[in-house]
Design a protein around this ligand. Sequence first.
Ligand code: GUN
Length: 292
Amino acid sequence: MVAQRLDGKACAAKVEEELLGRIAKCREMMTQPHLAVVIVGDDPASHVYVGSKVRACERLGIRSTHIELPVTATEDEVRKTIESLNNQEDLHGILVQSPLPNHMDEEGLTDLIDPSKDVDGFHPQNLGRLVQGRMDGMLPCTPSGVMRMLSWAGIETEGKTAVVLGRSRIVGMPQSLLLGAKGVDSTVTVAHSRTKDAQSLCANADIIIAAVGRPEMVTADWVKEGAVVVDVGINRVEDDSRERGWRLAGDVHPDVGQKAAWLSPVPGGVGPMTIAMLMENTVRAAELSISF
Ligand code: GUN
């Protein structure tokens, strides 16, 4: 079997197209959706991601404020930045790019973001709603982007067995909650670094979401014929044949494309969906700020 491509780029383009009308309506109400992105330090990959977020804002007519703090910034400076953004009335979304430098308490800082501006969906109030099965809070962008892509492709989830590889706050844990939620109705197993035999769990799964950050870990022998495989990994691996000396690799080996029914590519799969969902959360936050 040759897998069909789960084309996140095409799905994201559709999401963005739908947002244009909503953004125009906000502007008629004298409100321009406005996102602030805060980045601390000089991690090159994080700067690339933040650049993509800012460019998406420009494409859609969302205002963006890009705040860069040096790696030497104190936690107190980040706290003050967040507090000032919370108080800015014409600002609807705040994103603090992860990871923060090691000397900072990332979760403690996330707790400070006004939940109504928490477009990442990482605030305990938003994650707590998700745990309760309420889908009306801000949902984390990567996992909700994966769900949107599955539904866009017409992939059935009800009664399916799903394995989520990874239990991170950003992807794995919220992803498992979304897959098991009422209306989605998959039966979910979360595998992590202490899981005894992730391979055989995957070999029995209808759906595999790989979010571990290990290049090409999921090989064809891990995958059941006809499974749906979503690759959330973005890893830089050394490659001397490239001028820049590295290439991007997902968590899934390309050979899985010979066995799965659906496979999302890296790049062009989940990445554009994360950004599209961030834009959607920002527009939603702006809409909710308007009193009709
Ligand atoms: N780092 C990697 N993914 C994300 C994300 O979705 N949000 C934030 N804030 N940081 C990230």
